[in-house]
Design a protein around this ligand. Structure first.
Ligand code: TYR
Length: 280
């Protein structure tokens, strides 16, 4: 069996490494516009070969699309056009409504599975890939009833074999939830990073703070702009609503501090502490 990874970065690379360990006989073919990424992926044993898209897809049983979401949108119709009968294409994009809409318009829709591994780091590229990324994490599959049973079963079993727990929802539910639990976190980290960099011109002071809460709060500001700009754009309506809610809380917090209203400040934070119950 041949599995192609289109976009051999952190996620595509980590998927390949996890699956290769379980199924050493699967042949992995990489597709990437960056020759450097291709070479890194070969050197790291992520893929056996790097090929142009057309050649890779033509021999694949499974094509995994793990590029930034704007490139998924561009490539998906072509990948479906080229896909052999009985083969499957799965996308791992962080947005789902637009991508599923594009798939829905294609005659081979049933060979497509929309999946989103809730896993990643602030790093990108094949050098950041590691086989422990996916085990223990969640995978969201959208519109499962639109995929044919064979394509769905192949995707589900491979991701289960990679140690993931599966959840199902509509693309609309997915994008709404992700705006709050993922996209907003990244925007607030980018904004926090910018605020501190612009206001604290002294880099040594920032460096000295690196062991404080600042570094864990701002971690996501190290994330790839090429990956995140199209995510925010594709999910702009939900992201804009999430930002409005967040800005409202920031404004209330500012007011409470300006007013020296310690009681309300305590109340805000006690309400926020409930996050422990959800996460710990
Ligand atoms: N960047 C996130 C982190 O480091 C991981 C992540 C990224 C998860 C994108 C999902 C996703 O769509 O924690």
């Amino acid at each position: 069996m041949v599995v192609s990874i289109v976009g051999i970065g952190l996620l595509g690379g980590s998927f390949a490494l996890a699956i290769r360990e379980k199924y050493p006989k699967i042949r992995f073919v990489g597709v990437d516009t960056s020759t450097v990424n291709g070479q890194l992926a070969l050197a790291k044993g992520i893929v056996d070969e790097v090929l142009p898209l057309e050649e890779a897809v033509a021999q694949s049983t499974l094509v995994v699309m793990a590029t930034p979401v704007n490139i998924i949108i561009d490539l998906l119709p072509r990948v479906l056009d080229l896909l052999p009968p009985g083969a499957t294409v799965v996308d791992l994009g962080s947005t789902k409504e637009l991508i599923c809409g594009i798939a829905d318009a294609h005659s081979k829709r049933a060979q497509f599975v929309a999946a989103h591994p809730m896993a990643g780091t602030e790093n990108s590229g094949p050098s950041a890939a590691f086989k422990e990324l996916l085990p223990g994490k969640n995978l969201i599959i959208c519109d499962r009833e639109k995929s044919n049973p064979d394509s769905l079963t192949l995707t589900e079993s491979l991701f289960r074999d990679a140690g993931m727990k599966l959840f199902y929802m509509t693309p609309q539910e997915h994008d709404l939830h992700l705006a709050y639990v993922s996209h907003l976190s990244h925007i607030s980290a980018f904004a926090l990073g910018l605020t501190v960099l612009e206001k604290e011109k002294d880099e040594q002071a920032i460096f000295d703070m690196a062991s404080t809460g600042f570094s864990s709060t701002v971690r996501l500001a190290k994330s790839s702009p090429q990956m995140w700009a199209p995510i925010f754009d594709q999910n702009r309506i939900n992201v804009s609503d999430a930002l409005s809610a967040y800005i409202e809380f920031l404004q209330q917090f500012k007011q409470v501090i300006d007013d020296q209203d310690v009681k309300t400040s305590l109340d805000f934070m006690q309400r926020a502490n409930v996050i422990r119950r959800v996460l710990d």
